[in-house]
Design a protein around this ligand. Structure first.
Ligand code: GNR
Ligand code: NI
Length: 178
C-alpha cells in the first residue's frame, strides 16, 4: 500500500472526463487500496482517482463515524440508475479544494450500479451522507468539483484563493506547466 499525492485545484487533471475501467484487475485493485489508504490518511470520507492523477472511473468511499468499524466501498464505473425527487443540502468539502466549504443541493437518495473490487457487478441504494459523498465522487469522474454547483461568484472566489496559495508555495516554473 502507498500514500498517493492529492492534486489540488486549479489543475487541468481535475477537469477531465475519466475513462471507464475495462476489468477490475490486480492493477485497479492496487489503485483502490492505495486510494483508501490515502483517503484515511487525509482524512476524508471519499476519494476519486483523478484526485491522485489517474484519469480512470474509480472511486472509494467510507462514511463510517470515527468510533465505528471501517466500511470501505471500492467502485469502478459507478452509474446512477435512479435518483429521488427529494433533494438534500450538505455542506461539502473536497480534498482538492482544501479549507473551503459550501452548501450543495443534490438528490437525497440514489440507486447505483458499479463494479466492485472483485470485478462483480453490484447495485446499491444510498441516502444521507453516503448518497452525497458518492455523487461528489462521481462528479470528479466527469471533471466536476463541488464549487461547480455553486454560484460563479463563490466558485471564483475559492479558485482564486487556491491559485494564490499555489503560487505562494511553488516556484514559478512548476505551476506554469501544471
Ligand atoms: O472528505 C470529504 N468530505 C466530504 C464532505 C461532504 C461532502 C463530500 C465530501 S467528499 C470529501 C473528500 C473528497 O474530496 N472526495 O472527493
Ligand atoms: Ni472531492
Amino acid at each position: 500500500m502507498a500514500l498517493l499525492p492529492i492534486i489540488t485545484a486549479p489543475d487541468p487533471r481535475l477537469k477531465k472526463v475519466c475513462t471507464p475501467v475495462e476489468t477490475v484487475d490486480a492493477d485497479i485493485r492496487r489503485l483502490m487500496d492505495d486510494m483508501l489508504e490515502t483517503m484515511y490518511n487525509a482524512p476524508g470520507i471519499g476519494l476519486a482517482a483523478p484526485q491522485v492523477g489517474v484519469l480512470k472511473r474509480v472511486i472509494v468511499v467510507d462514511v463510517a463515524a470515527e468510533d465505528q468499524p471501517r466500511a470501505p466501498l471500492c467502485m469502478a464505473n459507478p452509474e446512477l440508475i435512479w435518483v429521488s425527487d427529494d433533494d438534500a443540502t450538505y455542506e461539502e468539502g473536497c480534498l482538492s479544494l482544501p479549507e473551503h466549504y459550501g452548501d450543495v443541493v443534490r438528490p437525497a437518495a440514489i440507486k447505483l450500479r458499479y463494479l466492485d473490487r472483485e470485478n462483480e457487478i453490484r447495485e446499491m441504494d444510498a441516502d444521507g451522507l453516503l448518497a452525497t459523498c458518492i455523487q461528489h465522487e462521481m462528479d470528479h469522474l466527469d471533471g466536476i468539483l463541488f464549487v461547480d454547483h455553486m454560484t460563479a461568484l463563490k466558485r471564483n472566489m475559492i479558485l482564486r484563493k487556491l491559485l494564490k496559495a499555489k503560487k505562494a508555495d511553488k516556484p514559478l516554473a512548476s505551476y506554469a506547466t501544471a
